[in-house]
Design a protein around this ligand. Structure first.
Ligand code: SF4
Length: 327
């Protein structure tokens, strides 16, 4: 059997907190605190959780846009975390990112054509300027934009169109994996659906693998094969979309799930309101970090961190409620 496209093992990314005149490190923000999962080619993993839970840092650490503190990231069996900058540059062609705010990621002084062409020339794609221009025009069409967008500037486009430009730039180099970091969060709901459809359409045509980051389960519901629910730097539940939606098991997943609208308005669903904010990741609660907000919290939850329990093949949850050794 061939290796998974991506294998992440016990990934940790800690940010030091420096204080005093000597800038001494006295604690760490544990932004990503032991994340593990694997992805097959063509899969879409939805990573969800409230802002500050570490999902974006996970995405950036996988690409080494942020240096992870420890753990492994294997792409097609190759260890990324130990690669030098030359090896990494080669690999960047295969792994692209689409950002939440397309406007901030597009140089306002450059025409759209130049922005996308830059990605092509960086990776030495296309024989000459003429060929690259033609490739860019084709890419614009592929993402649903007019070819005349080539000579226009970012400010001339709507939010949805700018996200299409961001996607065109990401797919220009023919990647295998795209990390989409909250790509529809800044868009109107009607536009969100169009962009999600575009992601799906491109996946069908190009065989892309996605890590799709969102704070809302309803956004990742349609596009994901697998879903990872993150809380305070950890993956509290991981399952196929079907298993997660039919049997959400972690109290945090259940709360997120209760906010997902149901298509049939006659079905009444009780909304679980989470009280309090996400705790400070530099000073997380002891035991299970979700314990101050959990309505099922037991005595042990404040003392011992839960370990991952496999409820059924591929469905893993970190919660004492399912630990038969403890209960
Ligand atoms: Fe709630 Fe305890 Fe489970 Fe944490 S381990 S989610 S506090 S029941």
């Amino acid at each position: 059997m061939s290796a998974p496209l991506l294998e992440v093992g016990d990934l940790k990314t800690y940010f030091p907190i420096k204080t005093g005149i000597f800038k001494k490190v006295n604690s760490y923000v544990r932004a990503v605190d032991g994340i593990s999962f694997s992805l097959e080619e063509g899969d879409t993993l939805g990573l969800v959780g409230e802002s500050g839970c570490g999902k974006s840092t996970t995405g950036r650490s996988i690409l080494r846009l942020i240096e992870p503190t420890s753990g492994t990231v294997k792409y097609q069996g190759m260890e990324i975390t130990s690669m030098d900058s030359k090896q990494l540059r080669k690999l960047r062609k295969d792994m692209q990112i689409v950002f939440q705010d397309p406007y901030a990621s597009l140089n306002p002084r450059l025409q759209i054509g130049s922005i996308i062409e830059e990605a092509l020339s960086t990776h030495k794609i296309g024989q000459n300027t003429k060929e690259r221009k033609e490739m860019v025009m084709d890419l614009l069409e592929k993402v649903g934009l007019n070819r005349n967008a080539y000579e226009r500037y970012p400010h001339e486009f709507s939010g949805g169109q700018r996200q299409r430009i961001g996607i065109a730039r990401a797919i220009a180099v023919n990647p295998k994996l795209i990390i989409a970091d909250e790509p529809v969060s800044a868009l109107d709901v009607s536009i969100q659906a169009q962009i999600l459809n575009l992601f799906q359409d491109l996946q069908d045509k190009m065989g892309l693998t996605y890590i799709f980051i969102a704070h809302d389960l309803s956004v990742v519901k349609h596009i994901s094969d697998k879903i990872g629910v993150m809380y305070l730097g950890r993956m509290v539940e991981f399952a196929s979309k079907e298993k997660l939606f039919s049997n959400p098991s972690h109290p945090y997943t259940q709360a997120l799930m209760s906010a997902v609208p149901v298509p049939d308005p006659t079905i009444k669903k009780e909304r679980i309101i989470l009280t309090g904010d996400v705790p400070n990741p530099s000073n997380p609660p002891s035991g299970c970090t979700f314990n101050p907000r959990c309505s099922s919290c037991m005595d042990i939850c404040t003392k011992i961190a839960p370990k991952p329990i496999e409820l059924s093949p591929g469905h893993v949850v970190s919660c004492h409620l399912y630990d038969t050794e403890i209960l």
